[in-house]
Design a protein around this ligand. Structure first.
Ligand SMILES: [Zn+2]
Length: 92
């Protein structure tokens, strides 16, 4: 199954889920029943790679249930030189 997007002149865009390859160029609007043209975008497939789905789920979850970390990921404390000559260099 894939989700296809259609646009009603009056009600705006809406999604229709259909088997792949069966989406017609137009369908009737679920609100007003008038013909709605298909918006040609990449079909959002119901089946996506498990790793991608996990990453998207984790991203969405981080908005309300962030995982607790001890420090900002990827950042390290600045390195301090142990050479005493470096202490005499001008500071910026
Ligand atoms: Zn409509």
């Amino acid at each position: 199954m894939a989700t296809f997007e259609y646009r009603c002149q009056q009600d705006g865009n809406f999604d229709v889920t259909l088997p792949v390859g069966t989406a017609g160029p137009s369908t009737s609007c679920p609100r007003c029943g008038s013909p709605a043209a298909r918006v040609f975008s990449a079909p959002r497939l119901a089946r996506m790679p498990a790793t991608l789905r996990a990453a998207m789920d984790r991203t969405e979850r981080s908005a309300e249930q962030p995982e607790v970390v001890g420090r900002v990921p990827g950042r390290r404390p600045p390195r301090r030189s142990t050479n005493p000559a470096h202490a005499r260099l001008p500071r910026w």
